[in-house]
Write a protein of this length. Sequence first.
Length: 59
Amino acid sequence: MAATQKLVKDIIDSKTGETTNKRRKGAKNSETAAKVALMKLKMHADGDKSLPQVGPRDF
């Protein structure tokens, strides 16, 4: 019974140790974070709707 409790405690301790390593999800510095935010903004940009969409062959 004591061996089972020790095994369970070891498993729980190993699971909590993994979450501390994976916890860092932020940027390494603010400059990189600003670049990523700008790229995400540009990715979803639609542009001015009043301008006609003319391709290179439509002239």
